[in-house]
Ligand binder design. Structure first.
Ligand SMILES: Cc1cc2nc3c(=O)[nH]c(=O)nc-3n(C[C@H](O)[C@H](O)[C@H](O)COP(=O)(O)O)c2cc1C
Length: 222
C-alpha cells in the first residue's frame, strides 16, 4: 500500500499548461467524494467548493485576467508580505525552476509578467475548483482545508488527472463572487485547476525539489 501511495505522491506535481478537453463529471465527483475522507477538527468539514466546467471556466479566466491587468491583488485572506529565510530561498528557487523551464531570463520583465498572467488564464485548464471557508470559524479551520487539499491532489493524481493548487485564483475575489455562488460568510482561500496537462508545454517541464525531512522535523527524546 505504501508503495502505491509513494508512487502517486512522486507522480503529482503542479502542472501549468492544460489541454482543453474537460474531465467527465463522474470523474470529478469521484475526486471530491474521495477527498471527503479528509479529517478535520471536530469533523466540521469546513471546505466549501465551487467547481467550474466549460464554458464557465473560460469566462471566469477572462474575467480574472481582466481583473489582474487592472489592479493589485487583494485576497480575502492576506497573502504573506514577506518571506524570511529559509522560506525566501525556497520561494526564489521555485520561481527560478519555473522560469528556467519556460526559457524566461531573469531580466525579461515582459516575459515574467506574461508568465504571471497565465495564472489568471487558469493555465487554460478546463476546470477550476474555487475553495472557501466560513470566516466565522477563524483561521484555525484553514488547517482542515489544507489537509483536505492534500487529499484532493492525491485523489486526482491517482485517477490520472493533473492539478495545480493556486493561491493566485483568490487574489481578485470580486471576479469570483460575480461569477460563482459563493456564500457571503465564506472567504476564498485558493483555487485548484484540474484537467489533463499539455505535456509538450515548457512550463510542465518544471521540477521542484524538497529538503530532507530532517530539516523540518525534530525527534525529541531527552
Ligand atoms: C496553497 C497553494 C497555493 C499555490 N498557488 C500557486 C499559484 O498561485 N500559482 C502557481 O503557479 N503555483 C501555485 N502553487 C503550486 C506551488 O508553487 C507548488 O506546489 C510548489 O512549487 C511545489 O511544486 P510541485 O507542486 O510541483 O511539487 C500553490 C501551491 C499551494 C499548495
Amino acid at each position: 500500500m505504501i508503495a502505491e501511495l509513494e508512487k502517486v505522491w512522486a507522480e503529482r506535481r503542479s502542472r501549468r499548461a492544460y489541454r482543453p478537453e474537460p474531465v467527465p463529471r463522474e470523474t470529478l465527483e469521484r475526486v471530491f467524494e474521495l477527498a471527503q475522507h479528509a479529517p478535520s477538527w471536530c469533523n466540521i468539514q469546513p471546505w466549501r467548493v465551487c467547481i467550474t466546467e466549460p464554458p464557465v471556466t473560460g469566462l471566469l479566466a477572462a474575467e480574472l485576467q481582466q481583473a489582474a491587468k487592472s489592479g493589485l491583488p487583494h485576497p480575502e485572506v492576506p497573502f504573506p508580505l514577506d518571506y524570511p529565510t529559509p522560506y525566501k530561498e525556497h520561494r526564489i528557487a521555485c520561481g527560478a525552476a519555473l522560469y528556467t523551464a519556460m526559457g524566461i531570463a531573469r531580466e525579461n520583465k515582459a516575459g515574467r509578467y506574461d508568465a504571471w498572467l497565465r495564472n489568471y488564464a487558469l493555465f487554460d485548464a478546463p476546470h477550476v475548483a474555487v475553495v472557501a471557508c466560513d470566516r466565522r470559524l477563524g483561521p484555525y479551520a484553514y488547517v482542515d482545508v489544507g489537509v483536505w487539499l492534500g487529499y484532493v491532489l492525491t485523489a486526482a493524481t491517482a485517477l490520472g488527472l493533473d492539478t495545480c493548487a493556486m493561491a493566485s485564483v483568490a487574489a481578485y475575489p470580486e471576479a469570483l463572487r460575480a461569477r460563482l455562488p459563493l456564500d457571503p460568510n465564506d472567504q476564498v482561500l485558493f483555487g485548484i485547476v484540474i484537467g489533463h496537462a499539455d505535456e509538450e508545454a515548457p512550463a510542465n517541464a518544471c521540477r521542484t525539489t524538497r529538503e530532507p525531512a530532517s530539516k523540518n522535523v525534530r525527534f525529541v527524546s531527552t
